[in-house]
Design a binder for this molecule. Structure first.
Ligand code: SF4
Length: 284
């Protein structure tokens, strides 16, 4: 699962923990005969976390900033046999890519989207993102952000996502288990991972103090309960608040690929019978 690429994350970056959890989750699923390595396909865009693309030894496509979800969508509907995972940061997914997230929650195409949420644009030296807390001072907001942060989990739930979870970069064992459940889930699985950026937004002490795991008595099929859970923490890093982590919601729903007969087979098995010469005759 590892590549020989040189790792360029800052020393000690919490993305290392995310990488290890992803590699272990995929390796365990392969060893349990639940997925095949040859069928794994990943997508990423631009950003610190998106560099994970270079460090996982599987096929994939690295594209434009904020466009990880359409890449995953295209790969999955082009070949439903694939196990598809997307990786991106909060700036890309909740800024430029926000409409892709909302609409794929509605479509429920069968892939996993993993967002490393460090509440800042880390690669470009700390500009504010939609999840930066009110008052956050960065390169683009020297006087501080004026708005409250958005709530990606509540948004995903209200947009119809069939699997919604929050991970904690400081809790790799829990994260690996969430990732395994997400990959096995049939439908769109969305995971927001709180991932402190040690250089531009280090909220490690806050996360250590306030994060807790959702207990076993929680009903993951209860949407009302999931919504309440998603609103339990308001995204602030300065107010005292408890941060629930784990799977908030999981429910089987019809997936996008099954609603379209032309998507039932991988593209390479579809007989097209296209007569190219005939089609372009009038233009010649
Ligand atoms: Fe990690 Fe932040 Fe460094 Fe990026 S800037 S590699 S997120 S510590």
């Amino acid at each position: 699962m590892k590549t020989k690429e040189k790792n360029t994350w800052c020393p000690g970056c919490t993305n290392m923990s995310l990488l290890r959890s992803v590699q272990e989750a995929l390796t365990e699923l392969i060893n349990e005969n639940k997925i095949e390595k040859k069928n794994i396909s990943i997508a990423a865009d631009i950003g610190c976390f998106a560099k994970i693309f270079d460090y996982i030894n599987v096929s994939g496509f690295c594209g434009l900033h904020g466009r990880t979800i359409p890449l995953c969508f295209g790969m999955k509907v082009g070949n439903p046999e694939l196990t598809v995972l997307g990786f991106a940061g909060d700036g890309a997914t909740y800024g430029e890519g926000i409409s892709h997230l909302i609409h794929n929650c509605r479509f429920n195409a069968d892939f996993t989207m993993v967002v490393a949420n460090n509440k800042t644009f880390a690669l470009t030296t700390g500009q504010a993102t939609p999840t930066s807390e009110k008052g956050y001072k960065g390169a683009s907001t020297p006087l501080g952000v004026g708005e409250d942060p958005m709530n990606p989990l509540a948004l995903a739930l209200m947009s119809g996502a069939s699997f919604v979870a929050r991970g904690n970069a400081l809790n790799p064992v829990q994260l690996k288990n969430i990732l395994k459940q997400a990959v096995e889930h049939k439908g769109f699985a969305f995971i927001d991972i709180l991932q402190p950026c040690l250089t531009f937004n280090n909220f490690t002490p806050y996360l250590q103090k306030n994060a807790y795991e959702i207990g076993d008595d929680y009903n993951v099929k209860d949407l009302d309960q999931a919504l309440k859970k998603s609103l339990e923490w308001n995204g602030s890093l300065s107010e005292d608040g408890k941060i629930p982590t784990g799977v908030f919601y999981k429910k089987e729903k019809p997936i996008f690929e099954e609603q379209w007969p032309q998507l039932k087979k991988p593209w390479y098995q579809v007989e097209r019978n296209i007569n190219q010469k005939e089609n372009v005759k009038e233009f010649l």
